[in-house]
Design a protein around this ligand. Structure first.
Ligand code: BTN
Length: 227
């Protein structure tokens, strides 16, 4: 089986590692192909947001995935949490939190008809949160490691990702049970609110609503709390 992280293309600066990885995937790159960058000029976040990664403080990378799987972003979140430590939580669908602050985000861009997806991951490894733009200071966190740890953390995450991608879906869902940032918490989304009730084997979020029903969400943004 191909290893996650090989071959690797490293760019000192690029617009978005997801963009580079998409080009490689469209050109036939194999499963596990990795694109890393020290700096992005147009890093992409979910829902059309931009992703800011201060130079030398964050990991910015994208992996070509050819084994499509609805659990992909959650498996990736778990892999990052495995490295971040026991206190790390996965916030459905694709954030990793430490002390309630976002330390990593995933952006999956898929072309199922061409049998590839690109998994983009940004991790705040050594970020000085106080130096971030004001709008991020409240919500962003850091692994609290040093800049010298960027490459070691990348290798730890790739190894964890390889293991998480290989395990049965049931094992991923079981692991998520103890890492789920939304379980038992009040959550709300564009269409309603309720209490987080776990994640199913298709990677969908279950929410118990006030009328006792269970809502099943398969995409979108969810906020923790009642406001
Ligand atoms: C999010 O939380 O909104 C997703 C953030 C994903 C950011 C990473 S950084 C590496 C890769 N390249 C991009 O342009 N985006 C992803």
């Amino acid at each position: 089986m191909d290893r996650i992280g090989r071959p690797r293309l490293h760019l000192r600066v690029t617009d978005s590692t997801n963009e580079r990885a998409r080009e490689l995937a469209a050109g036939g790159a194999t499963h596990g192909t990795l694109v890393t960058a020290s700096e992005q000029t147009a890093g992409r976040g979910r829902e059309g947001r931009t992703w800011i990664g201060p130079l030398g403080e964050t990991l910015l990378f994208s992996v070509v995935v050819r084994e499509l799987d609805p659990l992909l972003p959650l498996r990736a979140g778990l892999a990052v949490a495995d490295v971040a430590g026991p206190a790390a939580r996965v916030k459905w669908p694709n954030d990793v939190l430490l002390d309630g602050r976002k330390v990593a985000g995933m952006l999956v861009e898929a072309r199922p008809q061409d049998r590839w997806a690109v998994l983009g991951i940004g991790i705040n490894v050594a970020v000085d949160v106080h130096a971030l733009p004001m709008e991020l200071r409240e919500s962003a966190g850091t692994l609290g490691r040093s800049s010298a740890d960027l490459e070691p953390v990348l290798h730890e995450v790739l190894a964890a990702l390889e293991a998480r991608l290989r395990e049965p879906a049931a094992a991923t869902v079981t692991a998520l049970r103890t890492r789920d940032a939304l379980r038992g918490r009040e959550v709300r989304w564009a269409g309603g609110s309720g209490i987080g009730a776990g994640i199913d084997e298709q990677g969908r979020l279950l929410v118990r609503t006030a009328d006792g029903a269970t809502a099943t969400l398969d995409s979108g943004e969810v906020r923790i709390g009642s406001v």
